[in-house]
Design a protein around this ligand. Sequence first.
Ligand code: IMP
Ligand code: MG
Length: 175
Amino acid sequence: MNHKIRELLSEEEVDNRIRQLGEQITKDYEGEEIFLVCTLKGASFFACELAKRIALPLTLDFIAVASYGDGTQSSGEVRMIKDLDESIEGKNVIVVEDIVDTGRTLSYLMEILKKRNPRTLKLCSLLDKPERRVVDIQADYTGFEVPDLFVVGYGLDYAQRYRNLPYIGVVESEG
Ligand code: IMP
Ligand code: MG
């Protein structure tokens, strides 16, 4: 099964924006060390590119939570699949996410991480779909706001496919 994908944000636009976010974070955390928490699998492409643009001492760890089935509908239920390898106590944690949609995944995750006493805890999301918000949560750093459409590419999937697209696109139709 193949889908028609319409480009929404070009590879160049995404790369440029990630470079800006990296520069902003580098400025904001000057003189500090950063602990980057990448949420699997969607944010992995973004997190690697972002990490390369942060000119500060940095460590990277991965966490996996799931809230979606195979399609485009949220189940509303969030659970932890893989925890971090390291402690975040006393660290400057930045959670890197692919997209904030309803906000359920992030509010669950941020609550868990807050209880572990990081020194600071912030959220950086490549995309934000504000129209869909159910839980009140706002990223500290956002790449782009996108309309209420199902997007793929740059790590985001539709039934596990299209993560490898180097741009952000909208799934238009099945064909
Ligand atoms: P939330 O809990 O509804 O905010 O959902 C967040 C998660 O749902 C994201 O981390 C994505 O994995 C997935 N998701 C939400 N919207 C999209 C989309 O448009 N394309 C692909 N995945 C999405
Ligand atoms: Mg995700």
